[in-house]
Design a protein. Structure first.
Length: 147
């Protein structure tokens, strides 16, 4: 995606149930950015992954071997389709906008999009007895704590 006229790389961590865990935007796609992303995800979830699915970028194998030596790194052709399926919805949301000016804006927008997708998929237990505006306020409070 483009932020302030420059291309940025978007890293997203998704668990086995399709829930988006974390989002990271970086100006480069190198080992340092991948390491920062994976360390941030592990710091958030406190769970060591057994299987990691990525594309075939050359930066991932060395970083994953250092951080997760026991994890299985899958780079099969269609293995990351679950990650890629949300890109279409995200792109359609970004197209009508005039563009983003800061990386922080991109992270907030992508995290909000991921949050809405997680709510639609039923990953959050929102109380049904409360009014809709209260449920939404609670959901956004959870989002603010995650960012």
């Amino acid at each position: 995606m483009k932020v302030a006229g420059r291309w940025r790389y978007v890293y997203r961590a998704i668990d086995q149930f399709g829930q988006v865990i974390d989002v990271f935007v970086s100006p480069r796609r190198d080992a340092m950015a991948a390491r920062r992303f994976f360390e941030r995800v592990i710091g958030t979830t406190k769970v060591m992954p057994v299987e990691i699915v990525t594309d075939r970028a050359a930066t991932y194998p060395t970083v994953l071997e250092e951080l997760f030596p026991a994890a299985w790194h899958r780079t099969d052709r269609y293995a990351n389709n679950r990650v890629e399926t949300d890109h279409g919805r995200l792109k359609s949301r970004l197209r009508p906008m005039r563009g983003l000016e800061q990386d922080r804006n991109a992270v907030v927008l992508i995290a909000g999009h991921a949050f809405v997708q997680n709510v639609r998929r039923g990953h959050y237990e929102l109380a049904v007895e409360e009014p809709a505006n209260r449920r939404l306020a609670v959901a956004f409070d959870e989002l603010a704590l995650a960012i």
